[in-house]
Design a protein around this ligand. Structure first.
Ligand code: ADP
Length: 547
């Protein structure tokens, strides 16, 4: 869309005229306090990770002014979240909840539907409500970041770990409902959540799991964070990657602190990856690999130094393989194609037994090298992995955002079984299409057992319209080609949600029909995050909002 002229800001959501909007905002200010409602009518500032905007997508791959809100509201309690939802129903104003909005690469704080009102839960609802040192669990509000939870646990002195994703400034709850991943044995965040409190689109409040059974004298249920399934249909899943509710509290399991040993293994040849993955599979299934390890292409060793691409290569085209390797040769990883980062846990004897098997198995790849943290300099990325893999939040992963000027990233994240033959199909199409559209390819496989998340980050310059256009074209083609081969993504940026939802179309879109049935039952006015995960409420369907 064209950039709105002065006097036309903020942009309005569909079906809402300016008078109604102004009246609605006045009413919202009245009920929440005017300091807790902010119009999005000032110039948009992208900021950076720690000072990210909640007005738009800081990593805009479309025009900066396209994925924007009309206003942001800051609830201070669950009751206020309920009040906001009832207000949205009264004025038919779409709202979009975020916890921190640091979901960069997937849309940041931006709403899917232009002009929605952002409910920024994180600013005021940021308490760690409980830490149970005996059963190793906690309950958090949306604004609790990994850094905050880590510090809170440190204060208690309890021997507990959290599981953190690559960067620690995000919301524990937000990342979990978006089904993000980390790298300790508790790396599947959604699998390690236990119990939610959710505001439904009607404004009603529910507790899931054992939380639905009131504790003695109205206390929280004592088993709320102990057992996920409770009784009856397990509904927690429908509140992740959806637009069926706003999660205001969540239980998470914490990992008992243990000894640990991280390591890296390098492999010389690009084509080694199939063999590497086939070695990984039995090690993962037998739980000899202790954590969610990563297999990363060597170009990332260059990128995580924080030096720009121009330091390594002057061309604008993708860095040629021989240039990458000529630099890698002089780095701790040496001349190689792949680097595997893993960690084992437990007392020395068990770690030694695991490491012996791991070393022996990977040694089957000719030319592989095993490297320990003490073998590399203090500033090497391996030390950041040691911290991440033992539950210490980090920001180091942001360093590769120096790769280009105005650098932003967009993740292509398909799932494959942990098998070389499947990995090959996806890796080849990603490599080919990155080349076709002129991007460096920086793939990582995160292995969680029977499946791998393949994460390919497209790094683009936000000030370069042509790069943005090519980044979108590359994504769209990768999604379509992967789907044609039977591979689908686990998560995506706002603008690809519709396309990816359609690829999950078995049985003539049977799953989407089910999602739409639930959506229409829970949210008949279509106010909550319309379009998120490709799910559009009835009143917006078939009106050209789908991308
Ligand atoms: P983070 O800052 O941890 O990366 P976000 O707050 O950006 O995470 O959340 C990621 C996505 O998950 C958001 O875009 C939003 O759609 C959804 N989300 C976040 N918090 C909630 C919540 N409390 N209830 C429902 N959906 C949420």
């Amino acid at each position: 869309p064209s950039v709105p002229r002065a006097g036309e800001l903020p942009v309005l959501p569909p079906d809402v005229d300016r008078d109604t909007f102004n009246k609605a905002i006045a009413e919202l200010k009245e009920s929440l306090g005017k300091e807790h409602v902010e119009l999005n009518d000032k110039p948009l500032v992208d900021g950076w990770y720690m000072e990210h905007p909640n007005t738009h997508d800081a990593f805009h791959v479309v025009e900066q002014s396209e994925l924007v809100s009309s206003a942001t509201v800051y609830p201070g309690s669950t009751e206020e979240v309920q009040a906001i939802v009832r207000w949205a129903n009264k004025f038919l104003i779409p709202v979009f909840p975020i916890s921190m909005g640091r979901n960069l690469g997937y849309g940041g704080a931006a709403p899917r539907l232009r002009g929605s009102v952002i409910i920024d839960l994180g600013r005021r609802m940021k308490k760690v409500l409980k830490i149970d040192g005996q059963n190793a669990t906690c309950i958090v509000e949306p604004g609790v970041t990994y850094f905050a939870l880590y510090e809170e646990i440190q204060k208690t002195g309890l021997p507990l770990w959290i599981d953190t994703p690559d960067v620690g400034g995000g919301s524990v709850l937000g990342n979990c409902v978006d089904r993000g991943v980390g790298y300790t044995p508790y790396g599947d965040h959604f699998a390690n959540h236990c119990g939610m409190e959710v505001v439904l689109p009607s404004g009603e409040l529910v507790r899931t799991g054992m939380g639905a059974l009131p504790g003695k004298n109205g206390a929280d249920n004592p088993s709320w964070q102990a057992f996920q399934h409770a009784y009856g249909p397990s509904v927690d899943g429908i509140f992740s990657q959806s637009n069926f509710g706003i999660v205001t509290k969540m239980g998470m399991w914490l990992m008992p602190e243990t000894e640990h040993q991280s390591y890296m293994i390098t492999f010389p040849k690009e084509e080694d990856f199939e063999q590497i993955i086939d070695i990984i599979r039995p090690l993962a299934l037998n739980r000899i690999l202790g954590n969610i390890p990563q297999l990363r292409s060597v170009i990332q060793e260059l990128a995580v130094t924080g030096k720009p691409k121009s330091h390594f290569y002057q061309g604008k085209d993708p860095v040629p393989e021989e240039v990458i390797r000529s630099h890698a040769k002089n780095m701790p990883c040496g001349d190689c194609a792949w680097v595997f980062y893993g960690t084992v846990y437990g007392p020395e004897e068990t770690r030694k037994m695991q490491l012996d098997v791991i070393r022996q198995e990977f040694a089957k790849v000719p030319g592989s090298k095993f490297i320990l943290p003490q073998d590399v300099p203090e500033d090497h990325y391996l030390h950041a992995r040691v911290r991440i893999c033992s539950g210490v939040p980090e920001l180091r992963e942001l360093d590769w955002l120096n790769w280009k000027p105005n650098c932003a990233h967009l993740a292509f994240s398909p799932i494959t079984p942990t098998k070389g033959e499947d990995a090959k199909i996806v890796h080849e199409l990603v490599t080919r299409l990155h080349k076709k559209w002129g991007f460096d390819s920086l793939p990582t496989w995160c292995v969680s057992g029977r499946e791998m998340h393949y994460i390919a980050e497209i790094l683009f310059d936000r000030a370069d319209e042509d790069e943005k256009r090519r980044a979108i074209a590359c994504m769209r083609e990768m999604i379509a080609e992967a789907a044609a081969q039977g591979y689908g993504e686990y998560r995506t940026h706002l603008i690809f949600m519709d396309q990816i939802a359609r690829t999950y179309g078995w049985g003539d879109q049977a799953l989407m029909r089910l999602n739409e049935t639930i959506k229409d039952a829970l949210d008949p006015n279509g106010i909550l995050a319309p379009g998120r995960a490709g799910i559009w409420p009835k009143r917006f369907r078939g009106r050209g909002f789908q991308l």
